[in-house]
Design a protein around this ligand. Structure first.
Ligand code: NDP
Length: 401
């Protein structure tokens, strides 16, 4: 029985809050606060009509540390779940330290003027959280999040040692729209337009964005083009599993998405550099975000499945083995349950699970934690029970690319 304060009211938050309400024995009281209170109220209404659970709502600008600290002190939660944007991570961590409350998020801090996707800023909070006896759990979404838990589970149960790890993220969902991003457009476009980077033999290997393509046959989806990309869990996986020789991240993109992206990039619309427009400063990618559909509005129109998993090669009992751990999630089933498409669902459910494990004391500690540092078993168990069942498949051979 614990109080939780959720910050942010987009697609991911909507799923997490619905799932928390479905587990009222753990989340006895939920307060949802965000910049636009009407979005919190709409989620609260949906939760009330689906599950009969009342949640409190509030308006907060989470960039304002003093206001967020005051809200936390007023609500007195056992945990703050940050489902706003990566820009707010440090401000909300500061507010948690000031109010003496545990912290969880799903994406690492990003300065507005740099697209870096690095943990260094949040890892720098280790000593402060440790001294305060508080826990900060970083990246409890799907990727980062479940993918790191899959790797940890693989290391614990399936292989004695991991030699190579590939993360394969496929969204086979179709919105019928020529161009839409399935999570926050600004963050999505920053990720996709960044140079590709993977970990090999103890160092980063960098290449141009989206320049390395492979075709892969995804169960439940079919054949898709996937592209080598940098993704933030590569950094924590390389840190916590230094023995892995190669760690790569792949994501699928359709031709229409890439065609639009190329044009938008070529004309400067994805730039994060400020520019003057009609006497005021604007940032092109922020303007573009305003034009694109909100991810939370895509639920009713997205059809198809996501398939996200890890393929690890290593040795078990002296024999070389390749194991694939994956989850397949259906957009329309996700929508029927919480009113949101599967990309929000596959992030919101792990956020709820990470929060539940912290609130019940199954995951505990003082300091800043990545998912790789914690026991994967209770998390894997909850994935099966709360809508993201996973399976393990032995592959005949390692990936040949
Ligand atoms: P959305 O853009 O749909 O929602 C973001 C929410 O944060 C909005 O309600 C927004 O308010 C709110 N917000 C923004 N700035 C502030 C602020 N200063 N104070 C308070 N609230 C604020 O994003 P998503 O739901 O798609 O994503 C949420 C988070 O999840 C992001 O950090 C994203 O990177 C992460 N994510 C992680 C994934 C993973 O697998 N680990 C996958 C997908 C997403 P407003 O409505 O007023 O704009």
């Amino acid at each position: 029985m614990s109080k939780v304060l959720v910050i942010g009211a987009g697609g991911v938050s909507s799923v997490a809050v619905h799932k928390m309400a479905m587990n009222a024995d753990i989340f006895s009281h939920i307060t949802l606060a965000s910049r636009t209170k009407s979005k919190c109220d709409a989620i609260a209404e949906s939760v009330k009509s689906r599950f009969g659970v009342t949640i409190d709502t509030a308006k907060i600008d989470a960039d304002d540390v003093a206001a967020t600290t005051a809200l936390i002190k007023q609500v007195q939660p056992a945990l703050v779940v940050n489902l706003a944007l990566p820009y707010q991570d440090l401000a909300i961590m500061d507010a948690c330290l000031a109010a003496g409350v545990n912290y969880l998020d799903t994406a690492n801090y990003e300065p507005r003027d740099e697209a870096k996707f690095e943990y260094k800023w949040q890892w720098a909070y280790q000593e402060r959280f440790e001294k305060a006896g508080l826990m900060a759990l970083l990246g409890s979404g799907f990727d980062p999040g479940v993918t790191s838990v899959f790797a940890t589970y693989t290391k614990k149960h399936l292989l004695d040692s991991i030699e190579t790890l590939d993360i394969l993220d496929c969204n086979g969902g179709d919105t019928g729209l020529p161009f839409a991003t399935n999570f926050n457009p600004e963050i999505n476009l920053r990720e996709v337009t960044a140079p590709s980077r993977h970990w090999e033999n103890g160092q980063w290997v960098e290449g141009p964005a989206l320049s390395h393509k492979q075709v892969f046959d995804f169960e439940g989806v079919g054949q898709k083009n996937m592209y080598l990309m940098y993704h933030e869990e590569l950094e924590s996986l390389a840190k916590f599993y230094p023995e892995i020789k190669r760690i790569r991240f792949w994501m699928t993109f359709g031709d229409s998405y890439l065609k639009h992206l190329e044009v938008l990039e070529n004309i400067g619309m994805t730039s994060i550099e400020p520019m003057m427009f009609q006497g005021r400063e604007i940032i092109p990618i922020e303007f573009l975000k305003a034009l694109l559909p909100e991810p939370s509005s895509l639920g009713p129109i997205t059809k198809g499945k996501t398939n996200i998993g890890t393929i690890a090669t290593g040795v078990k009992d002296g024999v070389k083995k390749t194991v694939y751990v994956k989850n397949i999630c259906d957009h329309q089933e996700a929508y029927a349950e919480t009113g949101n498409q599967a990309v929000s669902y596959t992030t919101g459910v792990p956020a709820m699970i990470g929060a539940a494990l912290m609130l019940t004391g199954q995951w505990k500690g003082a300091g800043v934690f990545n998912m790789e540092q914690l026991d994967p078993d209770p998390f894997m168990d909850m994935l099966n029970k709360h809508g993201l069942p996973w399976k393990v498949q032995d592959l005949d051979a390692p990936l040949d690319f």
